[in-house]
Design a protein around this ligand. Structure first.
Ligand code: SF4
Length: 461
């Protein structure tokens, strides 16, 4: 980066994180009647099953893999054609995502060409998604899928309505991100209350809705990303549809939501008094619990999708964020980075896990927030560890969901008990199972009494 702020460093680390295939979770929950075909090894399938807690999820979700011999044969089209035919006959999906993998990268299999041929053969959208764990971080998965959807929508519009010649709809906001129905409803409600012209969320939850929203895309569309790693999708929306991208924070926490809605109000010349009132009310409702994190030292390890806005939120509520790392810095997080610079939070791009671990040992944080792939390692070294998977799956967006950010963490730092703590593995498993069930139901809502009961068990009372 040129003129890089002094609080940002870059290391040459690997991602050491989960695979981008994990994006199947939010996508399958967002886009109904979608089907995912992973062109990869059995290991990828094991990862998907393990990573998405399939047995505990009520969300309809399925996948198929090719045998190793199919991939090695060099002619993948015929077996894929048979597979897709079977999938269509048995599941009748509206849309198929063809997920690449490390294997497709190594074998140099062109999943874009393959998707194009399959789309032509079956007359159903087959969207190629680059999800190789070798080349991309976990946070990049959703971006790969959404940018594929932009290409699909644009190709559908060719010859009838490319966006340039559309009737002028006036400026409208289109949010971008695979959010759940609950989060989508909350954001829509908050935008409408403020009078912000709102056209919808990309992607919609069906093919017809996705195409419907894409028809609203034009040079007057104000695009606002809902997660920090949708850079390729935003670039395509700007290049293909000439949309404008609003540079703001992510609506995470009362503070991030306040800036997010204030920036939108300012753009549309709307009064933003109600935004400040809402932020104050949310803060009052969480102040006591948030106070438990005051002056606590928190170290945030990246590739958990929301680490940058979560670091900003923790810092704003009085915690001392020692470091936050990110897989890569891109323009969509520039406003968040400016805020972190003001708060003197140290940001590391592409962190080297060995150097980072040394910093954790030296600085002795009260809590490490880390992706599930690393959480166990920190736990094994005796650190109180909070897995970012909660942030990945929970409903965090908007004022109405801000409280979920502090649902669990304060109790951990207050008495030294984390969700991942070396003290009691069986209790921890039970607790995690309970949480997984709750988050799969769409809301993280574990009552105070449940948390306190858990704490008492761990304390041996
Ligand atoms: S794509 Fe690569 S990193 Fe991801 S699950 Fe498959 S083998 Fe593992």
């Amino acid at each position: 980066m040129t003129n890089q702020p002094s609080n940002i460093a870059r290391e040459n680390g690997c991602y050491f994180s989960w695979c981008p295939l994990s994006c199947i979770g939010p996508l399958s929950r967002r886009i109904k009647n979608s089907y995912f075909i992973n062109v990869g090894m059995r290991e990828c399938a094991y990862f998907i099953q393990m990573g998405l807690s399939r047995r505990e999820s009520k969300t309809p979700f399925s996948f198929a893999i090719l045998e190793d011999s199919d991939i090695g044969s060099g002619n993948i089209f015929e077996p894929m054609r048979k597979l897709v035919e079977k999938v269509i006959n048995e599941n009748k999906p509206e849309i198929i995502f063809l997920m690449g993998s490390c294997s497709t990268e190594i074998m140099k299999l062109d999943i874009f060409e393959l998707s194009y041929k399959l789309t032509g053969e079956f007359n159903i959208p087959v969207i190629p998604v680059q999800t190789s764990g070798m080349c991309y971080s976990q946070s990049d998965g959703e971006d790969a899928a959404l940018s594929g959807l932009v290409d699909f929508c644009f190709s559908q519009a060719q010859g009838c309505d490319s966006g340039e010649g559309k009737e002028d709809r006036g400026e409208e906001v289109i949010l971008v991100g695979s959010v759940s129905e609950h989060a989508a409803a909350a954001l829509k409600n908050e935008m409408e209350k403020l009078g912000i012209p709102f056209a919808g969320i990309f992607p919609g939850n069906s093919v017809s809705e996705i195409l419907g929203i894409s028809k609203k895309l034009n040079k007057n569309s104000i695009i606002v990303p809902l997660q920090p790693y949708s850079f390729r999708t935003l670039r395509k929306l700007r290049q293909k549809y000439k949309c404008k991208i609003l540079n703001t924070t992510f609506p995470v926490g009362h503070d991030g939501s306040r800036i997010f809605y204030s920036d939108l109000c300012r753009h549309f010349r709307l009064p933003d008094d109600a935004v400040f009132d809402a932020a104050n009310n949310v803060w009052k409702s969480m102040e006591v619990k948030a106070g438990l994190l005051k002056n606590k030292k928190i170290f945030i390890v990246g590739d958990g999708l929301f680490e940058i806005p979560v670091a900003r939120f923790f810092s704003n509520i009085g915690a001392e964020v020692l470091e936050v790392s990110t897989p890569h810095i891109n323009p969509s997080i520039s406003k968040e980075l400016t805020l972190l610079e003001k708060q003197e939070v140290f940001v590391v791009e592409s962190a080297d896990i060995f150097l980072q671990f040394k910093r954790i040992q030296d600085k002795k944080p009260d809590m490490v927030v880390a992706p599930l792939s690393l959480a166990r390692a920190f736990q094994a070294h005796g650190f109180l560890t909070f897995p970012t998977v909660i942030y990945l799956r929970s409903e965090l967006l908007g004022f109405s969901n801000a409280k979920h950010l502090i649902e669990f963490a304060p109790h951990g730092t207050e008495i030294g008990v984390g969700l991942f703590h070396p003290k009691d593995v069986s209790e921890e498993r039970m607790f995690m199972r309970k949480i997984t069930k709750k988050v799969n139901e769409g809301m993280v809502k574990l009552g105070r009494d449940e948390i306190e009961k858990y704490i008492k068990v761990l304390e041996g009372k």
